[in-house]
Design a protein around this ligand. Sequence first.
Ligand code: MTE
Length: 310
Amino acid sequence: MAHRWKNTLTDRDVTPEAAFLNRRQIIGGLAGAGLLGGAASVGLMGSAAPVSAQENTMEPNSWEDITTYNNFYEFGTGKEDPARYAHEMTTSPWSVEIDGLVDRPGAYQIEDIMAKMIVEERLYRFRCVEAWSMVIPWNGFELKDLLELAGVQSGAKYVAFETLYRPEEMRGQRRATLPWPYVEGLRLDEAMHPLTIMATGIYGKDIPNQNGAPMRLVVPWKYGFKSIKSVVRITLTDTQPPTTWNTAIGREYGFYSNVNPNVDHPRWSQATERRVGGGLFAKRIPTLMFNGYEEEVASLYAGMDLTKFY
Ligand code: MTE
């Protein structure tokens, strides 16, 4: 049995990796367009694959790649540290405090959230600001649905997120590598976008601790550090919230952090990426504007200078 928190379970929620891959081959056209999932999602993505799709493919990474090569500084700065130490984090019981400009603030127990959410599979590109990437078959629900559960008030303009702070279980937090707890933020329209999900699974299994159990944000058109893990607080606000990497090194990491091959990081190019699992001599592949989701999200940034709002 895959999911601890089930509601409208279909066979998809319990698909083992091998069957998942087979089904993906059968509906390869959809996978190429960017999504596997409910009918609504498929419609959203449209049919046209991005121009460079042959090179920046939607071939899913293996469970092994996705769960052993991680960034989760709460457990250390090495890529293998999260897989080694994240089991020390307790994820049950778990509740998410939803507060600020909402009609129904409070501590939402994860079981109560999951009972009301529609969990879908979403095959998304995932592009880290460090210029590596993966393709990950998430299970999750639209953040919009959770925010609507709490009732977003009309004055809300931004959404702030916070990760668990528990240094006794998260050894990286015992050192000041970053200001803790890890925090992130989105503009409200970004948070309400149908591509923005809270992920609770991968390959139909519960999301492993190292990937942000029991619930983490996934915003596929932004650099990976926006996709904050192990979320315990969501605050609706009228002012742009601080974000960890921006607070740590603001010149290098902005609030928006949309994937953009034309705006380089001050210390490296963002034009290409290394697909994890491709082997030592794999060719770098082109990075796509908005990570390949330009058609769906470009309008959110109409008129904005993306070199300034990086
Ligand atoms: N969330 C928290 N709380 N702490 C972190 O260190 N790292 C971010 C993001 N979310 C991070 C985090 C970065 S830099 C990336 S690239 C992704 O998580 C990595 O997600 P993955 O390990 O599931 O691939």
